[in-house]
Design a protein around this ligand. Structure first.
Ligand code: COA
Length: 168
């Protein structure tokens, strides 16, 4: 029997042709990974953000978007909006728990730090606050946001960045 290598998480820059696949990952991630925290109506209203392909492609294209891969296939993505705001971080349900989220976040943290950002901010879904806490984020405030006809709760979380090697 042939040995199957443990899939190795990888990273690459986003290309415009990735958008349809990333839209599918976005939807699958919301539908399967947030069930404990949001109603089906809330999940559908949230996932609908990727239905307008042109708008979703434009959103990915104007942010700093990185694609996470397993064995070379895209299975997650992160976007940094401006210097310090993480807008999206989604990993496909079939690929969670294998370090892809960590790899994506670590790359954005390094980039933001190198560009001189003093902090990172995210409006974390209730399904992702544990992940961001593990990465050193601290909850700042609870929010309620309107998506379509549905109100969804999230938490603004912040992580202070320290520029390594710089002299204060
Ligand atoms: C949050 C998310 C991106 C994490 O991706 P991932 O690839 O599974 O993350 P990793 O495998 O790198 O996990 C890193 C660590 O975080 C932990 N972790 C992941 N999700 C967690 C959660 N919801 N609560 C607590 N810990 C969590 C893992 O157990 C792991 O810990 P370990 O290193 O000690 O094993 C993914 O679960 C996801 O897409 N969630 C749904 C979409 C969502 O809510 N996105 C955020 C919108 S702001």
């Amino acid at each position: 029997m042939m040995a199957v290598a443990h899939p190795k998480p990888g990273l690459r820059p986003y290309l415009a042709e990735d958008a349809p696949l990333l839209a599918q990952i976005f939807r699958a991630s919301i539908e399967e990974l947030t069930t404990e925290d949001y109603s089906e109506a809330q999940q559908q209203a949230w996932a609908a953000a990727s239905d307008d392909e042109a708008a979703f492609t434009a959103r990915l294209g104007k942010q700093l978007t990185l694609v996470g891969t397993l064995n070379g296939s895209p299975i997650g993505f992160i976007t940094l909006e401006g210097p310090e705001h993480i807008d999206m971080l989604y990993v496909h349900p079939a690929a969670v728990g294998q370090g892809v989220g960590t790899l994506l976040f670590g790359a954005v943290e390094k980039l933001a730090t190198a560009r001189g950002a003093s902090k990172l901010i995210v409006e974390a879904s209730d399904s992702a606050t544990g992940f961001f806490e593990q990465k050193g984020f601290v909850a700042q405030k609870r929010n309620t946001v309107l998506r379509g006809d549905e109100w969804l709760a999230n938490t603004t979380m912040e992580k202070k960045l320290t520029a390594k090697g710089s002299n204060p």
